[in-house]
Write a protein that binds this ligand. Structure first.
Ligand code: FES
Ligand SMILES: [Fe+2]
Length: 418
């Protein structure tokens, strides 16, 4: 349980509200180099060594119900197919036929008995093993057992499936630490995907990400949507290992008014989420989630090009079992309001990208309450390997001393009730 974590939040929030400057010893952060958003060499390092080696969100268990359920996921450009086999196991493989590379599924999701290539009908079973080759007599020395669909590492946290394009990657739960300990109750609550949208935005992926890593902009960009509801002076930010971080903002009483109170709560709630506190947990490198007892989204961003980013917004609700979604009207209004808020965030992205390209402002200046941005950049470099990055573009790990272990403030999780 996280009661001590909640008590610590209250203490720190009071301290943040009262402070007149950054805490003693907080470093004077250098400007972030603009080339990190515009340099093709750096972008290629991110593509191959960061997105090519990180655990990345693919889909939720509730989207893979029953043998043969599949979902096609664009994982930083790689066509990853998630399939539940006859044995109930979920596997990840590339949607790339071993004959000449055509896709074995075309729909974004569905139910299949076998995976049949769309070009010449090579047929694979739900584990990706090649089962049938039309006109096999015409291939010299073809060994079907050596031509399975290429397997991709996939592992699960709660109901969330992640994939990693690097077969040597550390286990998912080690990568995510300390979030699985901090959010154990949320992860063990049965959830279901209730909405999924995507939008492509005209900026480098980090420009979008950075807008989710601070509330400094709330009063300016969100004067009617976010600013009236959050006490941003009392916001508490934490930096965690592996580039993860969070931000907890006190919610002003009675200000939300989106009807979420009438929606079902998650089956298991950390103490923190039963309080009027708006969390935003950052999962390195490409997720932010404003967790909420009444359901919440994952915002997942993907580089499409150096100045193009896709944002997937996936909403989860407490699993409602059979029948229609309870509170569908309230949900509709809530999602509509969220869409308005997101539009407010999108407006600056293209212009900022243009500023970057023209080096119009020299560098990105970060303050104390924007420190999650520095932390994420420093971890990008750690994962890529600083020695591979051109020296002027490096971001050193100047905030290592400010990284916390939240599990110090938590008792072991309570056992699941049968
Ligand atoms: S490319 Fe798949 S069967 Fe030919
Ligand atoms: Fe915003």
């Amino acid at each position: 349980m996280d009661l001590k974590y909640l008590a610590r939040f209250r203490e720190r929030s009071a301290w943040e509200s009262a402070r007149t400057g950054p805490p003693e010893g907080f470093p004077d952060l250098p400007d972030l180099p603009l080339g990190r958003y515009t340099d093709p060499e750096f972008f290629e390092l991110e593509r191959t060594r960061l997105f090519g080696r990180s655990w990345l969100y693919a889909c939720h268990d509730s989207e893979l119900v029953g043998a043969g359920a599949y979902r096609l996921c664009d994982i930083a450009g790689a066509p990853v197919l998630m399939v539940r086999g006859d044995d109930g196991e979920v596997r990840a493989m590339l949607n790339a036929c071993r004959h000449r590379g055509a896709p074995v599924v075309r729909e974004p999701c569905g139910q299949a008995r076998a995976l049949v290539c769309q070009y010449h009908s090579w047929t694979y079973d739900l584990c990706g093993r090649l089962q049938r080759v039309p006109d096999q007599r015409d291939f010299v020395g073809l060994r079907p057992d050596a031509r399975a669909l290429p397997a991709v590492r996939c592992e699960r946290w709660g109901g969330w499936w992640f994939v990693n394009l690097d077969p040597q990657a550390m286990p998912l739960l080690d990568w995510l630490a300390p979030l699985p300990a901090l959010l154990a109750d949320v992860a063990r609550s049965p959830l279901r995907v209730l909405d999924r949208t995507s939008v492509e935005l005209p900026c480098n992926w980090k420009i979008l990400a950075e807008g989710f890593l601070e509330v400094y902009h709330a009063r300016t960009i969100h004067p009617t949507t976010v600013a009236p509801t959050l006490d941003t002076r009392g916001t508490v930010i934490s930096l965690f290992d592996h580039g993860h971080q969070n931000m907890l903002s006190p919610v002003k009483p009675g200000t939300r008014g989106d009807g979420r109170e009438s929606l079902a709560t998650l089956a298991h709630l950390p103490a923190l989420m039963a309080e009027p506190i708006q969390p935003a947990h950052g999962v390195f490198p490409n997720i932010i989630t404003p967790l909420d007892a009444r359901g919440f989204p994952f915002l997942v961003w993907w580089p499409v090009g150096i100045d193009r980013t896709r944002l997937d917004i996936i909403w989860f609700a407490a699993d409602w079992g059979d029948g229609d979604l309870p509170g569908a009207d309230v949900w509709r209004r809530r999602l509509d309001r969220f869409a308005v808020l997101m539009e407010e965030d999108y407006r600056n992205l293209g212009p900022i990208q243009r500023s970057m390209e023209h080096a119009a402002h020299g560098g990105q200046v970060l303050n104390y309450q924007e420190r999650r941005i520095w932390h994420v950049h420093a971890w990008i470099d750690r994962v890529i390997g600083p020695e591979r990055i051109p020296e002027p573009l490096r971001v050193p790990d100047l905030l290592a001393a400010w990284v916390e272990d939240p599990t110090e403030f938590m008792a072991p999780p309570s056992p699941d009730t049968p």
